[in-house]
Design a protein around this ligand. Structure first.
Ligand code: G3P
Ligand code: CA
Length: 228
């Protein structure tokens, strides 16, 4: 069924289509382009949450090796594009407006506990936070630590029982890839009371398709072109 409601649009890794992904520059640009929500990826390193997508450093920085076995000093010495540093999560919150929503994706084991402790210390308006992960066990750890914060269950597959795993997790939303989306899947998620936020939608034709399917939101690299 086609939806007439406004879609929630998440600026994927910031305005990734224009600036180096997951940098302060990309998040600021997303806001300038009108994004009400940003999405970012975090790894726990030492006692900090570092904002970066890949398991390794090569694609997005001038460093080499795994993210999780570097020292913070090494990570901070790297260029993440256009002279930007790999940011810490607290710096993102210091940089963007208090009105902007943040979807924090837990990229690695151990991120849940650090994110929960960060959110508690920061005393944020929790309405602007959504925590998601492909690592469902990690999401469950987070849910137990902070049941008051909504969680989003990511999937890059088409599960046999559609959205049942997300309902089992007590998720607020399910985040499927556009690669296998279908009206059957969307309807199943809705029947289970879940919002459906789809990644990654970069073309107006894809947005139109998502509207036809009745999804609730999309992740995009181009928050100026893909509007709710
Ligand atoms: O959260 C949506 C999307 O970011 C998930 O995939 O690989 O871009 O982190 P990925
Ligand atoms: Ca992500």
């Amino acid at each position: 069924m086609a939806s007439s409601h406004k879609l929630t649009v998440f600026a994927h890794r910031g305005a990734r289509g224009y600036e180096p992904e997951n940098t302060l520059r990309a998040f600021k640009r997303a806001e300038e382009l009108g994004a009400k929500w940003i999405e970012l990826d975090v790894y726990p390193v030492e006692d900090k949450l570092v904002v970066i997508h890949d398991l390794r450093l090569e694609r997005t920085t001038n460093g080499t090796g795994f993210v999780w076995n570097q020292s913070l000093d090494t990570l901070r010495s790297l260029d993440a594009g256009k002279g930007e540093k790999i940011p810490f999560l607290n710096e993102v919150f210091d940089t963007i407006s208090e009105e902007t929503g943040i979807n924090i994706e837990l990229k690695w084991h151990g991120a849940a506990a650090l994110v929960a402790s960060f959110l508690r210390q920061r005393k944020l308006n929790l309405n602007r936070i959504l925590v998601s992960s492909f690592i469902h066990a990690e999401l469950l750890v987070f849910k137990k630590l902070m049941p008051e914060v909504p969680i989003g269950a990511l999937t890059g597959e088409l599960p046999l029982k559609f959205a049942s795993f997300a309902e089992e997790l007590g998720a607020y939303s399910i985040h499927p890839t556009i690669e296998f989306i279908s009206s059957e899947f969307v309807d199943d998620a809705h029947q289970r009371g879940l919002k459906v936020y789809v990644y990654t939608v970069n073309h107006p034709e894809e947005l139109e398709w998502m509207r036809q399917l009745g999804v609730d939101g999309v992740f995009t690299d181009f928050p100026d072109k893909i509007r709710g």
